[in-house]
Design a protein around this ligand. Structure first.
Ligand code: GCO
Ligand code: ZN
Length: 299
């Protein structure tokens, strides 16, 4: 058994840290602070976080083939030029829903950017239900809507053979799978592969490892869990020193480290004083598994 080590590498006090992505070219960990309205880049070499402030809640960031990044900002897909700190809108969704914003997003193995929306929260996990939809931004910059009636569109990833799409609508307390057609980007045949137990609380961000197992960050559960999508069994639980663990990704050398983001929104003074690292970025080593490099957006 390897020995698992957890370290808070950046105690940024993020309001809602989310969407960790390893940027191999920069040797840095990208993430966003949704309600803090900034995109962040943590460099382990410099032990330093750079941030780009934006003008709306920014809920995900992804690499782009042509360099730089794409983000989901408010209800927009946009590009982000890091050095210039320049954000350019690509397209809007949910135009008829002014109270909506994007939430989690990730690029598929063919370079399509998947991201879903939700109503703005009144407080954590309290919001107008079924206002969200799941979208894809294709490389030709057209948008496809897959379905609506989503509560909190959250974690997403693809199986190693690219034939299954995994997805979380948080308030269903379920991790779902769809058949995936990589050629067309179409999804179908939705089913649940895992239902969270009470103490695991709310499923949030998710990533896959090189053994095809899923890692799910549990919001208010203070943990990441490893699931076998074939058997529907939980294989491992790793607890963190903060309750509001929001998302996870692999990064670092050979993608052997796991990075976990966290949130502090919705915590009162007493709670924050018990968990001073709330909103920090955590690095987990010694898991004995590796991750899959993130796919860049092809447009
Ligand atoms: O991190 C996210 O994906 C949402 O934007 C958060 O707000 C939490 O998930 C939510 O509060 C949990 O219910
Ligand atoms: Zn999330």
């Amino acid at each position: 058994m390897s020995s698992v080590k957890i370290e808070c590498v950046a105690s940024e006090g993020f309001r809602i840290g989310e969407s960790p992505v390893w940027d191999e070219k920069e040797g840095a960990l990208l993430c966003v602070d949704i309600t803090g309205r900034k995109v962040c880049r943590w460099s382990p070499a410099a032990k330093q976080v750079q941030t780009v402030p934006v003008d709306a809640p920014v809920s995900s960031v992804a690499l782009r083939k042509s360099g730089d990044y794409v983000i989901t900002l408010g209800t927009r897909f946009a590009t982000l030029k890091w050095k210039e700190q320049l954000v350019t809108t690509i397209t809007h969704v949910d135009k008829d829903k002014p109270n909506n914003r994007f939430n989690d997003g990730k690029v598929d193995p063919a370079g399509r950017y998947f991201a879903g929306t939700m109503a703005e929260e009144i407080r954590p996990a309290v919001l107008e239900r079924r206002q969200g939809s799941l979208y894809t931004l294709c490389s030709d910059l057209s948008v496809v809507k897959h379905f609506d009636q989503v509560d909190i569109s959250n974690g997403l990833d693809w199986s190693l053979d690219h034939k299954t799409f995994f997805y979380i609508d948080s308030l269903s307390y379920s991790v779902d799978a769809f058949d995936y057609d990589l050629q067309t980007g179409k999804i179908g045949n939705r089913r649940s592969i895992y239902r969270l137990e009470k103490e695991e609380s709310i499923p949030d961000g998710m990533c896959i490892d090189t053994e095809g197992k899923l890692w799910v960050a549990c919001y208010d559960g203070g943990r990441v869990i490893r699931l076998d999508p074939e058997t529907g069994k939980r294989l491992q639980t790793v607890k963190l020193p903060v309750d509001k663990t929001t998302s996870c990704c692999f990064g670092g050398k050979d993608y052997s480290e796991m990075y976990v983001t966290s949130a502090s929104d919705g915590m009162d003074k007493e709670w924050l004083s018990r968990q001073p690292q709330a909103g920090g970025l955590f690095k987990i080593t010694g898991l004995g598994v590796k991750g899959v490099p993130p796919y860049p957006f092809a447009g």
